[in-house]
Ligand binder design. Structure first.
Ligand SMILES: [Fe+2]
Ligand SMILES: [Fe+2]
Length: 256
């Protein structure tokens, strides 16, 4: 590590599923994260039913207990009530940066985020073929992969982090019943991750999946679903913590 290098501590959690009775439930965790980390990622399913009142409770707890920047993506639960735009507004007002095909740079680290989508993995992935409904389903996954690619393309940082809700690889959904694997993620999300390449990927959604996996090119992928992190590291802090080295001179690479 060179003299000017900085260490940025990144915390990641997912699937908080804030419901009407959740107020205060995560405040101790948020306080611990504020002590241990410089930036927090929340990988979707912030709310249980995608209701504005659930988002308000989460926003209140974040404001009272969390003292560091938060980057998040929405999950499928956040869409359930058709009020995801209001959920987004409430959390954005509370200071959360919500990514949906966007990228952001914080303290020299680049973040690219999308919700992602389902569709399955490898040779088992659903193909763009047949009925319009099947094509529409596959198109949604293709669109999310393209959004991730364009978000990554905009980053000029040395350290690039991908934030997803759905899994980009099969490895981190293993542990769930195999019959639901196709609904837990899609390997179309893996291509842009490998191509850029990113430093690490964080996702949630597969509550009973596997904590750590790797893409086909060896990029680490972490399933940080709240319950899974606790189960995988019973003596751990209840969130994932990663240290990144940021070289100030390399924060911004000029475009040629
Ligand atoms: Fe979830
Ligand atoms: Fe989910």
């Amino acid at each position: 590590m060179a003299t000017n290098d900085r260490t940025i501590r990144l915390a990641a959690i997912s699937d908080l599923h804030y419901g009407k009775g959740s107020q205060g439930a995560f405040q101790p965790l948020f306080a611990d994260i504020s002590e241990a980390a410089d930036i927090l990622l929340i990988c979707g399913d912030l709310t249980d039913y995608g209701l504005p009142e659930e988002a308000r409770l989460l926003a209140k707890d974040l404001n009272s207990s969390l003292k560091i920047p938060v980057v998040a993506v929405l999950g499928n639960h956040d869409y359930e009530s058709g009020q995801h735009l209001e959920v987004c507004d409430l959390l954005t007002t509370a200071g959360v940066t919500i990514l949906d095909g966007d990228s952001v740079e914080i303290r020299g680290v680049g973040f690219a985020g999308v919700k992602g989508f389902a569709g399955g993995f490898g040779r088992g992935a659903l193909g763009f073929w047949g009925e319009p409904a099947v094509k529409a389903f596959v198109q949604e996954a293709l669109d999310e992969a393209l959004k991730l690619e364009s978000a990554l393309a905009r980053l000029r940082t040395e350290q690039r982090i991908a934030v997803l809700h759905y899994a980009p690889i099969r490895g981190t959904v293993e542990g769930e019943p195999p019959v639901i694997f196709p609904f837990l993620g899609c390997s179309r999300l893996e291509d842009p991750i490998n191509r850029y390449p990113v430093t690490a990927v964080f996702h949630g959604h597969a509550h009973n999946g596997t904590y750590e996996g790797r893409t086909s090119t060896g990029i680490p992928v972490y399933n940080v679903s709240h319950g899974l992190v606790k189960k995988s590291q019973p003596d751990g802090p209840g969130f994932h913590l990663m240290e990144l080295t940021v070289t100030p001179a390399a924060d911004t690479v000029p475009l040629m």
